[in-house]
Design a protein around this ligand. Structure first.
Ligand code: ADP
Length: 543
């Protein structure tokens, strides 16, 4: 964390729940005025984010937080948060509000510096939204719209990566193939030779694992294509598909990257990896760092590729480069880049530190021969603070890669607590309703003070509602102890003390997962972690 004053006045958060709270927490520490977007239902119920922010700005229409009515009715769904126009209008209304309420002279009106933070999900990866935010004179907490455009479309991202000498999974955009030959038969042949089976169909504008389909043999292709297109159209509003070789037994390992300018020069650094292989329906449930059993040499190679990926698009701000890792062959492939902060970023914040001394200071110490006698302190990294500072036009907060290190011995792990429960067939159903009580370790979840070993990032507290129309994630539990075993034990202990009344959650499942031998030992029994398909296969034994 940096003590220097930031060149920003306020932040408008185009998000809700734990994402909004996360941004508010840092913005407040930096002395910024905070505003959060909300729906009428959220305002009426006063969510944790609405309470925490200085201002709550309605997305629903011409109604505002001070009760001026007359707006159009809300659709009730998460739609307002993905409606660019509404979000932009809300941001502009906030700008007017804070101009009115502050005692600035009129000459300062134009210099009011407001950043828009998109959080994660919703509009966070929409290049056109970023563009519109910038055009309206706000600062944007994210990379340039151009970088978002290239990385947000899976086909162009693959091409950019190949040019940057980053290995990608064999695959091709179906558009391209279909334009060159119009027959289904031709498509089948092209895919068989240039991609191979099994393959996976993905929407090029996809996210959150939606609309993906594994095709094991050519005879399944026709139907799978139809279904994948249909799903892609509904989930992403675009049915362009990409076919990729489906890799069996791979792990999901991603690198946190951060880019910016320093002394007029572009630089990108990485903040080490997160292993996110424990997934259900391609969605992450557990994330950890370091990745269990990943050879140091491979880790470094992947990190370099991640930095090259960022450099290739002059990526500014926080991003994540995702890889699939084949542990048997010790080989990895670029999968995609997420052009935003991720849900699991606390794992990185728990385990990565920034050296107190910057490179020049270190050189000085070294030259004067004091190095061995000086214990260099380290400071924690706040990725939201980095985002806000870069958005404010400040330099990249670290001078070189060497200023960052991952604690050792240490192991950070995050568990996602969801309001969801399996039915008799084992299908997980999202739950909603009033939370009568939500405490961990005898303390209400909203009142936990983070420490170096435990952090709870929650979007709700006792007395809040889990609303049906939004993602049912309630909180993230992040622990960092000396090794994986101790971290798992501590998480297990915390889950035993977790009391959630009013809504059914996945806590009982998480408790079982943490005691599962394969989860603890890795599926090969040698501590090398589990592949992305592991949890789905193991699930019947865990319920
Ligand atoms: P999304 O953008 O929808 O999140 P990703 O491309 O990040 O989709 O993939 C999500 C998950 O799908 C991965 O973590 C992995 O489990 C699985 N997956 C994606 N591509 C492949 C592939 N080529 N082979 C095997 N599994 C894959």
């Amino acid at each position: 964390m940096n003590g220097a004053r930031i060149a920003l006045d306020a932040v408008f958060i185009a998000n809700r729940g734990d994402a909004a709270l996360r941004v508010i927490q840092t913005a407040r520490r930096l002395g910024l005025v905070t505003a959060v977007a909300c729906t009428r239902a959220e305002l009426a119920r006063s969510t944790a984010a609405v309470d925490a922010a200085d201002y709550a700005v309605l997305l629903d229409g011409a109604e505002d937080a001070h009760g001026v009515s007359g707006g159009e009715a809300s659709t009730g769904a998460s739609a307002p948060y993905v409606d660019e126009k509404r979000v932009l209008t809300a941001a502009e209304r906030f700008r007017e509000t804070i101009v009115e309420t502050r005692t600035f002279g009129p000459q300062l009106l134009s210099s009011l510096r407001i950043a828009v933070h998109p959080g994660w999900g919703f509009l966070s990866e929409r290049a056109d939204f970023a563009q519109a935010v910038l055009e309206r004179g706000f600062r944007w907490c994210g990379p340039s719209p151009e970088a978002m455009q290239v990385m947000g479309e899976k086909a162009s991202a693959r091409e950019t990566m190949a040019n940057a000498r980053v290995p990608t999974v064999p695959g091709l955009g179906l558009d391209e193939v279909e334009q060159s030959n119009r027959h289904e038969r031709g498509l089948e042949e092209t895919l068989a030779t240039r991609v191979g089976y099994p393959l996976i169909l993905k929407p090029v504008y996809g996210g959150g694992g939606k609309g993906m389909r594994v095709v094991r043999q050519p005879t399944e292709l026709g139907r799978a294509l139809q279904a994948a297109r249909r799903e892609a159209r509904t989930a992403c509003g675009n049915d362009t598909l990409l076919a990729e070789r489906y890799l069996e037994q791979v792990r999901h390992i991603e690198f946190q990257v951060f880019g910016g300018y320093r002394d007029g020069e572009y630089r990108a650094v990485h903040l080490y990896e997160r292993d996110c292989s424990v997934q259900r329906r391609h969605q992450k449930i557990v994330e950890e760092s370091p990745a269990p059993g990943l050879p140091q040499e491979t880790r470094e190679k992947m990190a370099q590729c991640a930095v090259r990926a960022a450099e290739a698009v002059r990526y500014e701000g926080a991003g994540t480069v995702e890889f699939l890792y084949d542990a048997d062959r010790d080989d990895f492939f670029f999968m995609e880049m997420n052009t935003r902060l991720q849900v699991e970023h606390p794992v990185t914040e728990m385990i990565v530190r920034q050296r107190h001394l910057d490179a020049t200071e270190q050189e000085h110490v070294q030259a004067s021969g004091m190095n061995s006698r000086i214990r260099t302190g380290a400071r924690t990294v706040d990725l939201v603070e980095w985002q806000l500072r870069v958005a404010a036009g400040e330099a990249l907060p670290v001078a070189t890669q060497n200023d960052l290190f991952s604690l050792t011995p240490a192991h950070a792990m995050e568990l996602r607590l969801y309001a969801e429960a399996p039915d008799e067939q084992g299908n997980w159903l999202p739950q909603h309703g009033l939370i009568d009580r939500f405490e961990i370790d005898g303390v209400d979840v909203g009142a936990h003070t983070p420490t170096d070993t435990l952090r709870i990032d929650s979007g709700v507290r006792t007395g809040d509602q889990v609303l049906m129309e939004f993602d049912p994630m309630m909180a993230k539990l992040i622990v960092c102890k000396a090794d994986r075993q101790q971290t798992i034990e501590e998480l297990g202990r915390l889950l035993e003390t977790t009391k959630i009344w009013g809504v059914a959650t996945n806590v009982p499942f998480l408790r079982t997962l943490l005691t599962d031998e394969e989860f603890i030992q890795g599926s090969d029994g040698r501590g090398r972690g589990v592949p992305v398909t592991w949890l789905e296969q193991r699930l019947p034994l865990l319920l």
